[in-house]
Design a binder for this molecule. Structure first.
Ligand SMILES: *[C@@H]1O[C@H](CO)[C@@H](O)[C@H](O)[C@H]1NC(C)=O
Ligand SMILES: *[C@@H]1O[C@H](CO)[C@@H](O)[C@H](O)[C@H]1NC(C)=O
Ligand SMILES: *[C@@H]1O[C@H](CO)[C@@H](O)[C@H](O)[C@H]1NC(C)=O
Ligand SMILES: *[C@@H]1O[C@H](CO)[C@@H](O)[C@H](O)[C@H]1NC(C)=O
Ligand SMILES: *[C@@H]1O[C@H](CO)[C@@H](O)[C@H](O)[C@H]1NC(C)=O
Ligand SMILES: *[C@@H]1O[C@H](CO)[C@@H](O)[C@H](O)[C@H]1NC(C)=O
Ligand SMILES: *[C@@H]1O[C@H](CO)[C@@H](O)[C@H](O)[C@H]1NC(C)=O
Ligand SMILES: *[C@@H]1O[C@H](CO)[C@@H](O)[C@H](O)[C@H]1NC(C)=O
Ligand SMILES: *[C@@H]1O[C@H](CO)[C@@H](O)[C@H](O)[C@H]1NC(C)=O
Ligand SMILES: *[C@@H]1O[C@H](CO)[C@@H](O)[C@H](O)[C@H]1NC(C)=O
Ligand SMILES: *[C@@H]1O[C@H](CO)[C@@H](O)[C@H](O)[C@H]1NC(C)=O
Length: 802
């Protein structure tokens, strides 16, 4: 039927042409009207060749929306707007534009017969097949817009024959093969977009022969090889986008010659070498994205010359050295990402001068020092994490200060005082530290002198035949079972012994060689080696913070009687003549749980049963404190859970707040809050409860499960938040310590159940948290054999008198 109608129309068309020719032939009255008719018809009737071509084009398209219904066989209206998407001049089709028309099928090679075609726009359709080779025969072709289709095959090299081609956009298709070098012959090219295809091979060096090109987008392909140095010759280039390819080599050193460049995107390639300093001379540049390459070296100090820059992304390279302070000259910058490099030094204060900055990231570098307050106010810790020595960007990363800054001196301007605060404090720090060191040296000297004096005296007493007082020998261990032994030493101090395996005198203690193990809110802990070779842990309490002697002794007496295999036993205390107070504990050879978990070598693993028995032991210790002693720990952390040589955990630092003045223990609660173990309600109530202890216990469980310390949530969250967010996204297995995942798969349930329990413990609502007894019961259900084993231990150790 189609063919029938076509023949019929064909006949009419011929008749019309015959008329027109007749009219042109001679001046007759009849011809006059025919002549005016011809003028009227000119540009309406499509040429025979174009008519045939359009019919062929229609034939190969799949027109499911009926857009081409108007391309019916008359041909009369084809050029006067009757045929959809056609424009003509003098009966010749110059434009074929049918974007967003749901057209399928393919673009016929017959399109090459539209000899006057200037513009072909079929983007955003469903076209498959190849880009017609015959487009290359069209001498007037200026624009080819075939993007967002399903075209496959290669880019026809013939396109290079179109001398007037200005725009070629074949982006987002399925094109493969290489970029034909012949494109360089299209010397009028302004815009070339081949992005989002699977084009491979190198960028042909002849691209440099397109003297007027402004936009070159080859991103999201499989292009390899280096950026040809000749790219720098494209003096009119405004946008160069080569991201997401396999491009290697270096950035051409004379890239700075692209004086009109506004956007340079080389992200996600394999480009190495350093940043050419000429790049930072391109003052027109507005976007510079080099993320995800292998660039090394430093950022040139001339950085601030890029006045128009609004986005700078150097993320995930190997750049090092300082962040130049001239960055503060880029006043219009909006996005700045320097994360995942090796930048060192401090964040320049000039960063605070950037008012338009809305996105900022320097995480995972090697930066140090204090974050300018303006930045820490505007951006959360996810912009700063992963810099071990960077501080002051969140409440959990306070910069070290020894005492609160004194009242601010009258300052000329707030800005200036801000800038000076960092240096001001650090000089003060230095003075204080120096004073501290001096004091310590003096103290040691005094002790040594004192010690020698005592020795001499003791020796002289012995010579005098007087019996030595209360110290040493078997006598004291007999007395020790009677719970207390008081020795008033010659030096005027007082040593009070509770039961314990070791025997020592005040002299022994004071003359022991000591090394600092750590400092806490309560004071400094030493490892003291007694002369008999035994070791004890000595905690020297901060003097200003402790209660008066009488109260202190009463409280210490209570603490000294607490005995549990998972609680660090207080064996003695010493009151010095000048008010110094020492507490003596068992020495735990394996150190803290924190260092056991987080500071071990890569080859040391901690297996699941060990972690589980630690979890159970800690819970037992805490349960004893809550249930038997009616003591809230208030500061349970992995640093004050200590491990003996069999990795049995002993909770330390419990009840110490009783020895302190109430203001001092409030301070301790406040500092404890900063390190990630404090229950959220503590921020308001400031009063530790059994439920805040359970929260801290839950954080310790999470540490055991994830192998992460509570301050190292990947995005700056605390550990409970991090774990909860991942569990919510059903990525549960991601949270566990990798080394646990390598263990037998059968522990999966135990891990999951322990994780559930831990998350229950860190519930933001105190009422929702279990109490320690419930925690303990659940743990023992999760891992009955470890629980039983630990009980045996408990039985053994529980017996008094060892
Ligand atoms: C061709 O299409 C036009 C526009 O849709 C319509 O007006 C005309 O009648 C059609 N002619 C024939 C012969 O179908
Ligand atoms: C190139 O084409 C892609 C896909 O059509 C588009 O997203 C991108 O904006 C274009 N690039 C340029 C520089 O015009
Ligand atoms: C460019 O055109 C010239 C002739 O105009 C031709 O000799 C040459 O081979 C063409 N170059 C390419 C790469 O096709
Ligand atoms: C990309 O190119 C490499 C060779 O350069 C080839 O091995 C790889 O298969 C290509 N990938 C795709 C998706 O075409
Ligand atoms: C950068 O520009 C300055 C002056 O505008 C010029 O002296 C210097 O040579 C340029 N540097 C590079 C590496 O192109
Ligand atoms: C900076 O950008 C503005 C507006 O985008 C433009 O008018 C100006 O020419 C640019 N400056 C340079 C040096 O390119
Ligand atoms: C940073 O430097 C260290 C030591 O020089 C090196 O081991 C590490 O791989 C570097 N990191 C990056 C991301 O380049
Ligand atoms: C650019 O920054 C540097 C260092 O911050 C400063 O010395 C220089 O004066 C600034 N240049 C301009 C033009 O503001
Ligand atoms: C961080 O910088 C310090 C010196 O500032 C250096 O000793 C250390 O190796 C660096 N760490 C990394 C991972 O590059
Ligand atoms: C930090 O800020 C980023 C963006 O500004 C946001 O996506 C993210 O959720 C924030 N993270 C936290 C922990 O607030
Ligand atoms: C900063 O970069 C890190 C590392 O890529 C990323 O985890 C974090 O989400 C980023 N933060 C922001 C605010 O963009």
């Amino acid at each position: 039927m189609e063919r029938h109608r076509s023949r019929h129309d064909h006949a009419r068309l011929l008749l019309l042409l015959f008329f027109l020719l007749l009219a042109a032939a001679g001046p007759s009255p009849a011809a006059a009207s025919a002549l005016s008719g011809r003028v009227q018809w000119d540009g309406v009737v499509v040429t025979q060749a174009d008519y045939q071509a359009l019919r062929a084009v229609k034939h190969e398209l799949v027109d499911s929306l009926g857009v081409l219904r108007s391309w019916n066989d008359s041909g009369y209206g084809a050029c006067s707007g009757g045929w959809a998407g056609i424009k003509c001049v003098k009966g010749q089709v110059i434009a074929l534009q049918l974007p967003w028309k749901g057209l399928g099928g393919r673009v016929s090679e017959k399109i090459g017969q539209l000899r006057a075609l200037r513009k072909l726009s079929l983007h955003d359709n469903l076209l498959a097949g190849a880009v017609p080779y015959s487009l290359g025969f069209l001498p007037d072709l200026r624009g080819v817009y075939l993007f967002n289709n399903r075209l496959a095959g290669t880019i026809p090299p013939s396109l290079g024959n179109c001398p007037l081609l200005q725009a070629l956009d074949l982006s987002n298709n399925l094109l493969s093969g290489t970029i034909p070098p012949s494109l360089a012959n299209s010397t009028k090219l302004l815009r070339l977009n081949l992005s989002f295809n699977t084009i491979s091979g190198p960028i042909p060096s002849v691209v440099s022969r397109s003297p007027s090109i402004a936009i070159l987008a080859l991103d999201h392909n499989n292009i390899s090889g280096p950026i040809p140095a000749s790219v720098s010759k494209l003096g009119t280039l405004q946008i160069l986008s080569l991201s997401h390819n396999q491009i290697g080599g270096t950035i051409p050193s004379d890239i700075g010659e692209l004086s009109q460049l506004e956007e340079l995107d080389l992200s996600f390639n394999a480009i190495s070498g350093s940043l050419p300093s000429s790049l930072f001379n391109v003052s027109s540049l507005s976007v510079l994205d080099l993320e995800g390459n292998r660039l090394d070296g430093e950022i040139p100090e001339s950085l601030g010359a890029m006045r128009n820059l609004s986005e700078l992304n150097l993320k995930n390279n190997r750049l090092k050295g300082p962040i130049p302070s001239s960055i503060g000259n880029i006043s219009g910058i909006d996005r700045l990402d320097l994360s995942e490099n090796n930048f060192t030094g401090e964040l320049p204060a000039s960063l605070a001068n950037l008012p338009k900055l809305t996105s900022f990231n320097v995480s995972y570098n090697n930066l140090s020092g204090a974050v300018p307050t303006d930045l820490s106010r505007r951006f959360n810790s996810s912009s700063f994490v992963g810099n071990l020595q960077l501080c002051g960007f969140s409440s959990s990363t306070p910069c070290p200060t020894i005492s609160p800054p004194p009242q601010a001196p009258p300052s000329p301007s707030p800005e200036q005082s801000n800038r000076h605060r960092g240096r001001h404090l650090s000089t003060k720090d230095i003075v204080l530290i120096a004073a501290g060191i001096l004091l310590a040296i003096l103290l040691i000297l005094c002790l040594v002198l004192l010690c020698c004096l005592i020795r001499k005296r003791a020796a002289s007493k012995k010579k005098n035949g007087k019996p030595e007082k209360a110290a040493g020998g078997g006598g004291i261990s007999e007395k020790a079972t009677a719970s207390r032994d008081v020795e008033a030493g010659d030096i005027g101090g007082k040593l009070v012994h509770f039961d314990g395996p070791f025997v020592f005198t005040a002299d022994d203690l004071l003359c022991a060689t000591a090394e600092i193990m750590g400092k806490s809110a309560y004071g400094t802990a030493y490892k003291a080696s007694l002369e008999d070779g035994n070791q004890v842990a000595v905690k020297r309490l901060r003097e200003k913070m402790t209660k008066g002697q009488k109260e202190f002794e009463a409280e210490a007496g209570v603490l000294g009687r607490i005995r549990h295999p998972n609680l660090l036993a207080l064996r003695a205390y010493y009151l010095g003549p000048k008010g110094e107070k020492l507490l003596v504990f068992d020495y735990m050879s394996m150190g803290s749980l924190a260092s056991f978990l987080h500071a071990r070598g890569p080859e040391t693993t901690v297996d699941w049963p060990t972690r589980m028995s630690i979890a159970i032991g800690v819970s037992r210790g805490l349960h004893h404190l809550h249930a038997q002693e009616n003591i809230v720990h208030g500061n349970l952390t992995s640093t004050n859970i200590l491990l003996d040589d069999r990795t049995v955990p002993h909770i330390a630092d419990f009840g110490l707040s009783r020895l302190m003045t109430s203001s001092a223990s409030t301070t301790v609660v406040a500092t404890a809050g900063a390190i990630g173990y404090a229950a959220p309600e503590l921020a308001k109530t400031k009063k530790p409860t059994p439920k805040t202890d359970v929260y801290s216990l839950g954080v310790v469980f999470l540490e055991l499960l994830t192998g992460k310390s509570p301050s190292e949530g990947p995005n700056g969250e605390d550990l409970p938040q991090w774990v909860a967010s991942i569990v919510k996204e059903e990525w549960t297995n991601e949270v566990f310590d990798l080394e646990l995942m390598r263990e037998t798969p059968t522990i999966g349930d135990e891990l999951l159940n322990t994780l559930k329990l831990a998350l229950h413990c860190v519930d933001p609502s105190p009422a929702a948290r279990p109490d320690v007894e419930q925690v303990l019961r659940q743990l023992e259900e999760i891992k009955p054999e470890v629980a039983a084993g630990a009980k045996d231990d408990e039985g053994k150790a529980e017996s008094p008198d060892e």
